[in-house]
Design a protein. Structure first.
Length: 341
């Protein structure tokens, strides 16, 4: 019962955040300078054509009515029509979201697989050379801009060593469509039994994933190290050492779990933010994702597409935080108790 109340509170806050997001992004989109209808039709369009399209889109109505129409359509899953592509925004996002989602999943996996062991090793050998090496790696990865690292990896791996591809999701000559199941090439390749496609997709994912994961990996390593050091000073950790529990069991069974809450929170926040902030790496690697699509819509002031991208990113941000709250509540029940108070 306690956990159910905890979950209901988190869901209620999530819905409130999404409502506030819809209001804010609607106001910002309408306050942006420039006429989106004129940009869509071009400078040679007549005044009558501009006014006709403005009336068709409902931009000539009061803002309150425009917002009411927008929320009603949003509840039906209708994000409007893009002025840039002249297609429903839902279709544009459906075509580009899978690429970004796959890249973000790969990025989070790389950051987790590398960051947590590095943090554990740094805490295990505190103030020794492994700790110093991990801290240098963490600081370097955290302060290096993702676009610079992306360009560096692209030059080294693609043009100097010629070991990895640098653009796209698959080789041009490889015939495979991932649109019929999930849109994630790696998952769909496994479902179709195409090991060759799966391996090629991993090769194309590697460089952009590393470029995006570097900063997150550094944060996870540093936070895991700090959490492990704090937990190691607790009484039960000292008691485990006094009773002669093997170091490996003490570290991974009794110290890592309570230390995992801060890194788990960082993973959730990074996962949500990367959905909308991966555009730099996507542009460098010509990755056909939603983040790059969002940048193009902003430059063209495509209001419906802008709001659609932000709403989708916001939904995943809220869902990621909700999942992280639930997972941290499971890992550390004290969080549920604090939330109840």
């Amino acid at each position: 019962m306690e956990f159910l109340l905890f979950l209901l509170r988190r869901v209620a806050w999530s819905l409130l955040v999404l409502f506030g997001l819809s209001v804010v992004i609607f106001i910002i989109a309408r306050a942006m300078p420039g006429d989106p209808v004129r940009l869509a039709l071009g400078p040679r369009a007549s005044v009558e054509q501009v006014e006709q399209l403005r009336e068709t889109l409902g931009f000539n109505q009061p803002l309150i009515q425009q917002y009411g129409i927008y929320v009603t359509d949003l509840a039906r899953g209708d994000l409007g029509r893009s002025l840039l592509t002249e297609q429903p925004v839902v279709n544009d996002i459906r075509q580009t979201f899978a690429a970004t989602f796959e890249l973000v999943l790969s990025t989070i996996t790389v950051a987790f697989v590398l960051g947590v062991p590095l943090g554990v090793a740094a805490a295990r050998f505190k103030d020794q050379w492994p700790d110093n090496v991990v801290r240098i790696i963490a600081i370097f990865s955290a302060v290096t801009p993702s676009f610079f690292l992306a360009l560096l990896l692209q030059i080294l791996a693609g043009y100097v060593l010629h070991i990895l591809p640098t653009t796209g999701r698959l080789p041009p000559g490889l015939a495979f469509s991932a649109d019929d199941i999930t849109g994630l090439i790696t998952i769909d390749a496994l479902l179709h039994g195409r090991a060759d496609v799966f391996l090629e997709a991993l090769r194309y994912l590697l460089l952009p994933s590393i470029a995006l994961a570097a900063a997150t990996m550094g944060q996870i390593a540093r936070i895991t190290r700090s959490s492990m050091i704090d937990v190691s000073s607790q009484d039960y950790a000292e008691a485990g050492r006094a009773f002669g529990i093997p170091e490996r069991i003490r570290v991974f069974k009794y110290m890592l779990r309570p230390s995992f809450v801060p890194p788990l929170t960082i993973l959730g926040l990074e996962f949500a933010s990367l959905i909308g902030n991966a555009f730099v790496v996507e542009l460098v690697f010509s990755w056909p994702g939603m983040a790059a699509y969002g940048v193009r819509t902003i430059l063209q002031k495509d209001l419906n597409a802008i709001m659609g991208v932000v709403i989708v990113s916001g939904v995943f941000f809220v869902l990621a935080n909700l999942v992280i709250d639930v997972l941290t509540g499971i890992v550390d029940p004290r969080i549920r108790i604090r939330g109840r108070r």
